[in-house]
Design a protein around this ligand. Structure first.
Ligand code: NDP
Length: 343
């Protein structure tokens, strides 16, 4: 029996994850039973939500159990099949986690056509992060021509798509990102109107200059200090799709955590400015998947939505790459190449 490799959750992190929260191990690769396929992982997606799966606090999804394989979206090749709908050589989108091979039920796997786009994009701009940007911005943010849309983590998988879709809809797009290189890319390559560095002490003053007519849509990816700088600039009837709060994913909250001093001021702003805050999980908008694939596929083919991938090599690189993602070390959609991409 041949051996595969996988990364399991060895222990739950307190605060920032560390390499010893993960363990790389070998396992026996079994053969498919009736209806199953054996997958060889080509691409593994690393996403901020995985930090939530490492903890066992209350969440919208179950945690990864201790000694369980780390969860994750993958693009894989079918290497053995006992499923009537899949053949050896097919490329599929799976959720088979941080491992080199996986035995899964053939139902529920979506085939990917390598002729339409590079197969890795099924984990990025044409996959879950792109869908998150498309649905959160259009269904909740509803940007109108001439309005101002602000998004943080603007060079990343979700934020980069948010700003480019906002531009397609005729809005102004203002990004916020960590460092000059990312900000330059967001403006020069992605076509945002401006991009501000959240590490600058005068972020609030820079936002005021960049958004002279205030902010109509704030796509929230980050929370923390970025939100504190943004919220005083929100216009009457502004919409705030609350997509992620990555600045706080490593923060330990407890019953004794003090309520921020500005919480009452936000409640007042919600009332007097009639603001709409709406949290969402991308799966809430599953009914928009067809529209997303049609529109985003066309925009990517036409070069109106650009994307950037940040690739590390080999399964063993995944823990450090994931820890880096939470610190902003990635520049674009974070992927791990687990095996050769021959598509
Ligand atoms: P990214 O590719 O954007 O990577 C994460 C980025 O977050 C980092 O590169 C870093 O960028 C930024 N960041 C990290 N810490 C901070 C901080 N303290 N302050 C400001 N920025 C910080 O990730 P994604 O595009 O995949 O995800 C973006 C957000 O969307 C996340 O919050 C994620 O949880 C959320 N999300 C939500 C979904 C949903 O269904 N609701 C689905 C998918 C994603 P920089 O260097 O620019 O600071």
């Amino acid at each position: 029996m041949s051996k595969g490799q996988r990364i399991v959750l060895a222990s739950r992190p307190a605060g920032e994850p560390a390499p010893d929260n993960f363990r790389l191990e070998d396992y026996d690769i079994a053969s498919p039973g009736e209806g199953q396929v054996l997958l060889r992982t080509i691409w593994l997606s690393l996403d901020p939500y995985m930090r939530g799966r490492m903890s066992d606090g209350p969440s919208y999804a179950a945690p990864v159990p201790i000694d369980g394989v780390m969860e994750g979206g993958t693009v894989c090749e079918v290497i053995e099949s006992r499923s009537p709908s899949l053949a050896v050589g097919d490329i599929v989108l799976a959720h088979s986690g941080w491992q080199s091979h996986a035995l899964v039920d053939g139902r529920g796997l979506r085939k990917i056509d390598p002729h339409l786009a590079p197969i890795s994009t099924a984990l990025g701009v044409l996959g879950m992060p792109g869908m998150t940007a498309y649905t959160g911005l259009l269904a909740i943010g509803n940007p109108q021509p001439g309005e101002t849309v602000v998004v943080a983590a603007a060079s990343g998988a979700v934020g980069s798509a948010v700003g480019q879709i906002a531009k397609i809809k005729g809005a102004r797009a203002i990004g916020i990102a960590g460092g000059k290189d990312k900000c330059d890319y967001v403006v020069k390559e992605l076509g945002f109107d401006a991009c501000l560095d959240h590490r600058d002490a005068d972020l609030a003053a820079q936002l005021k200059d960049a958004c002279p007519k205030g902010i109509d849509v704030y796509f929230e990816n980050v929370g923390g200090k970025v939100f504190e700088a943004v919220y005083p600039r929100l216009n009457n009837f502004a919409r705030i799709p609350v997509c992620g709060l990555i600045a706080d994913y490593n923060t330990i909250f407890g019953p004794d955590t003090p309520t921020p001093k500005w919480a009452n001021s936000i409640m007042r702003a919600i009332l007097v400015k009639r603001l709409t805050f709406r949290g969402f999980i991308v799966t809430d908008f599953a009914a928009m998947h067809g529209d997303f694939l049609r529109d985003m596929g066309q925009w990517v083919r036409e070069g109106r939505v650009k994307y950037r991938e940040f690739v590390t090599e080999g399964l063993a690189s995944a823990p450090e790459a994931f820890i880096g993602l939470l610190r902003g070390a990635n520049f674009g959609k974070q992927l791990v190449r687990i095996g050769p991409d021959r598509s």
